[in-house]
Design a protein around this ligand. Structure first.
Ligand code: MLT
Length: 216
């Protein structure tokens, strides 16, 4: 389904497996709402997929927030855009009747997902952050108790120093998130291992959600 009448241009694909958590797909710089649909289907077959297009343009390339240079962010814009995206997710949940999604973000999309976790933690059930970095230098205290987060980094990533992704993992863990942070022997591009790790992780998250529903 294609729709423009919520605040972000987006794609929504309804899932066919109730126990699979909905995914919020967040593309990298220069991507769009179509980019991660097949990644989402691979990582969590049968999940509903909500896939917005970033509203910032950098030389014609869609992004989710402004940056001053590579890896240096306009943090006021990060805050504003993360809140706008969170509002969109809430409106889309009401429209499509889905539970709080697990974010699946790559690069710039992973960074806005990390900002949403810090600023609007209730909007996401968890997150897979592929090649993410710290989005805010002085985030306010978020309550991420027990929220599952998978961060997959590349040891040879030329954009993200290892210390930065380690700092992100520590930041989220200190806020209470249940963080896993594998570091792969690769660069900024995604690999087959990212998909495998994401798939294994989402299965575990799906089981947890099913248990919670049964107990409720
Ligand atoms: C960002 O701007 O979010 C990061 O530098 C990643 C990227 O989009 O290249």
């Amino acid at each position: 389904m294609m729709s423009n009448d919520l605040t972000f241009i987006h794609r929504f694909e309804s899932g066919n497996r109730l126990e699979a958590p909905p995914l919020l797909l967040l593309h990298g710089t220069g991507g769009d709402e179509n980019d991660l649909l097949s990644l989402g289907q691979t990582v969590s077959p049968g999940s509903a997929l909500l896939s917005p297009r970033g509203q910032v343009l950098e030389q014609g390339m869609p992004r989710f927030f402004r940056r001053l240079s590579e890896g240096v962010f306009d943090e006021d814009d990060v805050r504003r855009r993360a809140n706008e995206l969170a509002d969109f997710v809430e409106a889309a949940r009401a429209r499509y009747g889905i539970a709080a999604p697990v974010a699946l973000g790559y690069s710039n999309g992973a960074n806005i997902a990390a900002a949403m976790l810090l600023l609007r933690p209730d909007v996401l059930a968890g997150a897979i952050l592929l090649r993410a970095m710290v989005p805010l230098s002085q985030p306010s205290q978020a309550d991420l108790r027990d929220k599952p987060v998978l961060i997959v980094s590349g040891k040879l990533d030329p954009i993200i120093p290892a210390s930065n992704s380690a700092q992100l993992a520590a930041l989220l863990a200190n806020a209470g998130a249940n963080v896993q942070h594998p570091v792969l022997p690769t660069g900024h591009q995604l690999t087959q291992t990212d998909l495998t790790l994401g798939r294994e992780w989402i299965k575990a998250v799906g089981f947890l959600q099913a248990e919670k529903t049964e107990m409720a």
